[in-house]
Write a protein that binds this ligand. Structure first.
Ligand code: ADP
Length: 441
């Protein structure tokens, strides 16, 4: 889980930056590279629609104004501009004695931008002049002239012999285009920065939360650990005292009472230990090794023997506790799981019954079973008891004290071992908790 979070902390910002960079590249590509290609394509298409016969007849002087071929070209450019609203100007130009003059344009005579035939175009760039050279390719340029800033595409209009009769030009307003480009790029950039900032805030927040959680976890684990040893010693002393037949009847009740309370306290420290060993703090990988887990099981049985004896319950282990069961595991925490299951088995069983611990070595897994003849668990509660703070209805009404926390933590520990924990139970007849752990070492 933690490894996954670390990976997430690394890959999310890299992903956001990569996405942002891709989006910026996409904006640049569509607004610049593709726009240029599109304009060139459009001007070539327009050039093909214009009749070279009409253009050839143009003289580039006032005399053209009265001619029908001028009129025809003029109205064609006006119409073409109407259906291409993003184009600001369309025009035909010709080179006359080394100078560039307008032949006809898309503007009406009443417009300020109208260029009469023969008007000199003094700002012609070297790039534009090259467009008149024999065999020249269409030209694209971004430039400034007396009318503003423009993105222009110019295509040669040739006759059947390949001679250039004119250049057909279309102009788009570069300021508007640049503003649109900066707006889109700005949006993409700021979205990326906002996402990164958001991520940084979340990261810092989680990091702090993790640190606090770890401190809490370590503190709880240390406190529980320190409490356990003296409590266990007190419990053993009380057990010895209880078995003393010389003890007066009045004192016996008090000793039994103290014994039960101390046992309750030991259960509580167990729960704290289980909690500290899994919740958020997560078990450290170093704690897992190839070990013989039989001593952990044996200790857990020892831990419950006195409690069982107080209820005259027999704990029957069906296999020799000298047998080695080698696993890749965290033995200390597995012991907590076994202790919890055994202590539950005794706790929820009637006086004089039997608790059975068995082991099965399957091909892929080692299976431990802890069975009792106790109150059992109603079917509707069987799944829920592992999800935390859930106690079965019959346990609640029985008056047996519990927190509903032990099995939740036991499941976390078993999950960490990539194993499974489940229960088979019939109310009133008993329960069998099954722990299966992968065999591989
Ligand atoms: P606690 O026993 O402290 O309530 P657990 O998490 O260990 O908490 O168990 C959760 C619930 O599962 C118990 O409250 C009880 O309802 C049920 N349970 C667990 N073990 C047994 C058992 N051996 N027999 C019957 N009920 C059990």
């Amino acid at each position: 889980m933690r490894g996954f979070r670390h990976a997430l902390h690394l890959f999310v910002p890299i992903g956001v930056i990569a996405l942002g960079a891709y989006a910026l590249w996409y904006v640049y590509d569509t607004m610049s590279v593709r726009e240029r290609a599109m304009l060139l394509m459009r001007v070539e298409t327009i050039a093909q629609l214009i009749s070279p016969e009409h253009v050839r007849l143009l003289t580039g002087s006032d005399a053209d104004l009265q001619q029908p071929h001028y009129e025809a070209l003029k109205s064609q450019l006006v119409r073409l501009k109407e259906v291409n609203p993003d184009i600001r100007f369309m025009y035909l130009m010709r080179e006359v004695a080394g100078e560039i003059v307008f032949l006809v344009d898309s503007e009406l005579e009443s417009s300020d931008d109208y260029s009469p035939p023969g008007q000199l175009y003094e700002e012609a760039s070297a790039e534009l002049l090259r467009g008149f050279e024999p065999g020249a390719e269409p030209v694209f340029e971004v430039y400034e002239d007396r009318w503003g800033n423009w993105m222009s595409a110019l295509a040669p209009l040739r006759d059947e012999r390949g001679e250039t009769l004119a250049l057909v030009g279309i102009d788009k307003n570069a300021d508007a285009h640049r503003a649109a480009f900066y707006l889109q790029a700005g949006l993409v950039g700021s979205t990326t920065v906002i996402l990164l900032a958001l991520f940084a805030v979340l990261y810092l927040f989680h990091h702090k939360e993790d640190e606090v959680m770890e401190m809490k976890t370590d503190f709880v684990a240390a406190a529980a650990h320190e409490l356990r040893s003296p409590l266990t010693a007190i419990r053993w002393s009380l057990a010895t005292l209880r078995s003393n037949t010389d003890l007066p009847q009045s004192a016996r009740g008090t000793v039994n009472d103290i014994y039960d309370r101390v046992r309750g306290l030991i259960d509580l420290t167990n729960t704290f230990l289980l909690s500290a060993s899994t919740d958020h703090g997560v078990m450290r990988p170093n704690d897992v090794s190839v070990v013989d887990v039989t001593p952990a099981l044996s200790d857990a049985v020892q831990h419950s023997v006195m409690f069982a004896r107080s209820k005259n319950i027999h704990i029957n282990v069906t296999f020799p506790l000298t047998e080695k069961i080698v696993l890749r595991a965290d033995a200390a925490r597995l012991r907590l799981v076994f202790e919890n299951l055994l202590s539950n088995a005794v706790k929820y069983s009637p006086v004089g019954s039997t608790v059975t611990v068995s082991f099965e070595d399957r091909r892929n897994e080692k299976v431990f079973r802890i069975s009792d003849q106790g109150i059992g668990i109603p079917p509707e509660d069987q799944k829920k008891i592992f999800s935390g703070y859930h106690r079965a209805g019959n346990a609640k009404v029985s008056g047996i004290i519990g927190s509903g926390f032990g099995l939740y933590m036991a499941k976390k520990i078993i999950d960490y071992h990539h194993g499974s924990i489940s229960v088979e139970s019939s109310p009133g007849q008993g329960s069998t908790f099954v722990v299966a752990l992968p065999s591989g070492v």
